[in-house]
Design a protein. Sequence first.
Length: 522
Amino acid sequence: LTPDTPVDLDNCAREPIHIPGRVQPRGCLLVVRSSDLTVVQCSVNVAELLGRPSETLLGSTLREGLGTYFEGVVRRHLAAGPRLHDRNPLLVAVEVDGQLREMDAILHRIPLPDDLDDSLLVIELEPAEGLRPFTFANTYQAVRDAVNDLNRVSSLAEVFDIAARHVRDLTGFDRVMIYAFDEDYNGEVVAEVHREGLNSFLGLHYPATDIPAQARALYEKNWIRLISDVDYVPSEIVPTANPITGAPLDLTHATLRSVSPIHLEYLGNMGVRASMSISLLRDGKLWGLIACHHYSGPHEPPFGVRAAAEFLGSTLSLRLVAQVEEDRLAASQRAAGMLADLVARSRDEDLPLGQALTGSDLLLDLVQADGVVVFADDEISTRGETPDAQKSRELAEWVLEQDDDLVRTDSIVASVPELAGTDDAAGLLGITLPDGQAVVWLRHEATRDVDWGGDPHNKTIERLEDNSVRLSPRKSFERWREVVRDHSIPWQDDVVVSATSLRAHLVEALYLRGQRDLRSAQ
Ligand code: BLA
């Protein structure tokens, strides 16, 4: 996109959100050359926040522009070692129109090509008057309590809940959600705490397009972002091209980065005045977000509090990975138990195989299906939600016609159009057995499991019904519904492993049954 292409719903995944050329005006930004601390770029709102117009600052050194004390603080910070980010914020006082103003300075470096033997130092300054009591001492305690609580609980649901609660206590947002992606980056609100009187978003689903790919890529590098007031007027960075690189300044790691206008429109339509989100990562990949909303007005937790919340996010990420692993282990133990039970039943030679397998919900639970069809001894037996006998038989016959012993699809309509219209069945997992026998599991459409939740009388929701609104949670939900229409929840690998083991055991059980039939025929 060129700077004058308006961003719209079609091109917004191509919007280069890391180089917006502007900042949010809650703070101001200076770019200095590390070697001599000369200011090479700044946001124009330095005039209001620092009492010095950009023309005065550009080309001068930090000492000339902001005084010896300021320069000294920055130099000492640089001299203390390379991990600038971990030592943010830096507490500074700047003389503005004859008065000392307390500010948080947040520093990070942008490397330059090797031959220049230099780097850019980005200094962001946020006024911190009266906010200082908020920082280290009491945030440390809050974080320590949160980490202790996180380590005490033992289910993923509790881990999410505790994390949401602590982030809300720490930051004071009206609503804090844990938003989890599926493998296609569609998202679901899996935990939530909110101020009384707000409708709940818990269980709501959104399409991947609500957080486009370039935004997700950025959120893997920078783990926290705050939009303190969605109605802000951005402040331009001048000059647009950095004089050393000739390119716009990369704001990937800047806390004041101005955000996408599309996203601001979305938040505005949702009735949100301030938004913050923290990345949750698994093996370096974005797994989800802690998403925070504020409705009553702008909301601006100071940098120290945001850093504490970011730390909680990274602790939650680690806890999450461990818990997912534990849950997987527990699920595989449960599956092993169910499998053993099913195998025992299949060996009960007084019962035909179909009846032996469908006499309980075990076969459904083994792979979390909504219905199952067993086609054995030329008979159809079913359990759960299944189509009529004729259709069930067609499904089994289709599975038997395939080259593989196991077939799976999360969209019968897409993979086997001739079987479409299979009542409620949207996804199919099938295994073949000797002598033209088969087991076919079915799952219904994913959207059936989901409801829009929310109170229909809620004012925000009513406003969102208005057709003039381009972007809203309800429209998102409808887009998500289009994406998943005719699709079931995918059959995960662990479920496929269970189906494969069951197949191996059933082949053996059928062999034993065959032996017995032979013996009794003799
Ligand atoms: C960014 N979209 C985001 C972010 C969230 C969401 C959490 C991160 C920025 C932030 O912290 O606010 C989405 N927020 C949600 C969802 C819920 C929520 C789903 O609270 C549900 C409760 N957005 C769209 C569409 C486009 C789009 C259709 O809905 C584009 C076609 C774009 N979203 C978009 C962009 C960003 C974004 C470009 C990046 C904003 C930025 O960081 O600059």
